[in-house]
Design a protein around this ligand. Structure first.
Ligand SMILES: [Zn+2]
Ligand SMILES: [Zn+2]
Ligand SMILES: [Zn+2]
Length: 154
């Protein structure tokens, strides 16, 4: 009979797949053991929350492994080295999305800032300060006048 070399897959860390010094261990290091433990805990949490193990990225559409309960993009969560699973396409798609959103927000802010008072025969700026709810009238006086005009018209 020939000689069969020992199958060494059991000598590898089940977390990082690197070689293990002591064959009876399942992990190469305490840090791998901890990592595996944290992953198991997170999986339990995830299942309880009814969140699938993989999702489709909202920016690039790629399938990614969920590593945080709120994650909905592959570029959402960074690992310990500050890296994400995000591809170049995802980062581009995400930037395009964020640019478009910023443009839309800027357009809304501009419209609010340039808004003219809705009071009857008033063309003063409504005077939005840049914060909070948009303003429709320059003063409460104009607001009252507009309400009266509407009542009279109805
Ligand atoms: Zn390991
Ligand atoms: Zn992505
Ligand atoms: Zn006014």
């Amino acid at each position: 009979m020939g000689f069969y070399p020992a199958i060494d897959h059991e000598d590898r860390c089940i977390q990082c797949f690197s070689k293990i010094q002591h064959p009876q261990e399942r992990y190469c290091s305490a840090s791998c053991q901890q990592k595996a433990y944290r992953q198991r805990k997170f999986d339990e949490l995830r299942k309880r929350a009814g969140i699938p193990a993989t999702k489709l990225c909202r920016f690039c559409g790629a399938v990614f492994m969920v590593t945080s309960l709120k994650q909905d993009a592959c570029s959402d969560v960074e690992d310990e080295d500050g890296e994400t699973e995000a591809s170049y396409e995802c980062i581009e798609a995400r930037e395009a999305y964020e640019d478009a959103r910023d443009d839309a927000l800027a357009a809304v802010a501009k419209a609010r800032r340039n808004a003219v008072c809705a009071g009857p025969d008033c063309d003063k700026p409504a005077g939005w300060s840049g914060n909070g709810r948009p303003r429709k009238f320059c003063t409460n006086r104009c607001k009252t006048r507009e309400m009266r005009a509407r009542k009279a018209g109805a």
